[in-house]
Design a binder for this molecule. Structure first.
Ligand SMILES: *[C@@H]1O[C@H](CO)[C@@H](O)[C@H](O)[C@H]1NC(C)=O
Ligand SMILES: *[C@@H]1O[C@H](CO)[C@@H](O)[C@H](O)[C@H]1NC(C)=O
Ligand SMILES: *[C@@H]1O[C@H](CO)[C@@H](O)[C@H](O)[C@H]1NC(C)=O
Ligand SMILES: *[C@@H]1O[C@H](CO)[C@@H](O)[C@H](O)[C@H]1NC(C)=O
Ligand SMILES: *[C@@H]1O[C@H](CO)[C@@H](O)[C@H](O)[C@H]1NC(C)=O
Length: 239
């Protein structure tokens, strides 16, 4: 039967299309439920998400959300400076394709949920201008692709964890205006890509021995803490 020559591939194509569609849907559903849980959990003082993050439009059109090819998964939560508050929902840990998490300029408090350690693709984190407490988490080293970590102006305490120095791709660490104490561990020299380190305005003990060369160039570590840094937080966005 001649027809079958066409018919079989057609069926196969239909089957494949259907299964791809189902998977896409499933993938999107995972991200959608994570975002809906985020929405339900946060305090949305200005009702910024209330109407926009609506089931009637695709999540990739929601405010603050970017999706990436090829699978249209959520890759960034950016520009969500909308006066959100509460604790940072652990549900974010399900956005497995997230590369940028920018929750700067909100009112989030509490500790950084360890579920965020599931986000192994993260390159950019900013929690600048929030009210986070606790210390920089020791699990931070699982985020091995992290390049920028901005924690400026929160209420972080405790010591700088040694695990931070396993983040070999780290280019910028901004933790100014917190209550971090102890000294700056010498392991920081292992971060050969680090070119921007702001740790001023904490309770750190600074020894004048932190002037050294790394692969990027002269690293005026001590000076950048005490003298050079303007007393304000940087804003970076993920490109
Ligand atoms: C949500 O906000 C985005 C960005 O401002 C806008 O493009 C979109 O139309 C809004 N969606 C709804 C349903 O209001
Ligand atoms: C769904 O996501 C998985 C990874 O979690 C990926 O391997 C798969 O190709 C995606 N499917 C589609 C159709 O986007
Ligand atoms: C830190 O943030 C608070 C608001 O959360 C603000 O009032 C204060 O001026 C900020 N401090 C600096 C040094 O930027
Ligand atoms: C860095 O990673 C290595 C290997 O994964 C591990 O043995 C070491 O303890 C880690 N160092 C720190 C400071 O976490
Ligand atoms: C820094 O690197 C040196 C040499 O590779 C290694 O011996 C040391 O354990 C590292 N320190 C940290 C804190 O990772």
């Amino acid at each position: 039967m001649r027809l079958s020559i066409f018919f079989v591939p057609m069926l196969l194509l239909q089957y494949l299309t259907a299964s791809v569609a189902t998977k896409t849907l499933k993938n999107l559903t995972t991200d959608q439920s994570a975002l809906l849980a985020f929405k339900a959990h946060v305090v949305d003082y200005r009702s910024a998400l209330a109407n926009n993050w609506s089931m009637s439009s695709p999540i990739c059109n929601w405010i603050g959300i970017s999706c990436g090819l090829p699978h249209q998964r959520v890759t960034a939560l950016n520009h969500l400076d909308m006066g959100l508050g509460g604790t940072i929902p652990s549900h974010l840990g399900n956005l497995l394709f997230l590369m940028s998490l920018d929750l700067a300029l909100n009112n989030f408090h509490g500790h950084l949920a360890h579920e965020l350690g599931q986000l192994r693709r993260l390159r950019f984190i900013s929690f600048t201008f929030n009210k986070l407490s606790g210390s920089i988490p020791t699990w931070i080293d699982v985020l091995s692709k992290l390049r920028i970590l901005s924690l400026c102006n929160n209420s972080l305490t405790g010591l700088i964890p040694n695990s931070l120095f396993n983040l070999s791709k780290l280019e910028m660490l901004d933790a100014m205006f917190n209550v971090i104490d102890g000294s700056i561990p010498s392991g920081i020299r292992n971060l050969s890509n680090l070119f921007n380190l702001n740790l001023g305005y904490n309770n750190l003990q600074v020894r004048p021995s932190y002037l050294y060369l790394n692969s990027v160039g002269v690293f005026l570590f001590c000076l950048s803490i005490i003298l050079v840094m303007p007393p304000q937080c940087n804003y970076n966005t993920f490109a």
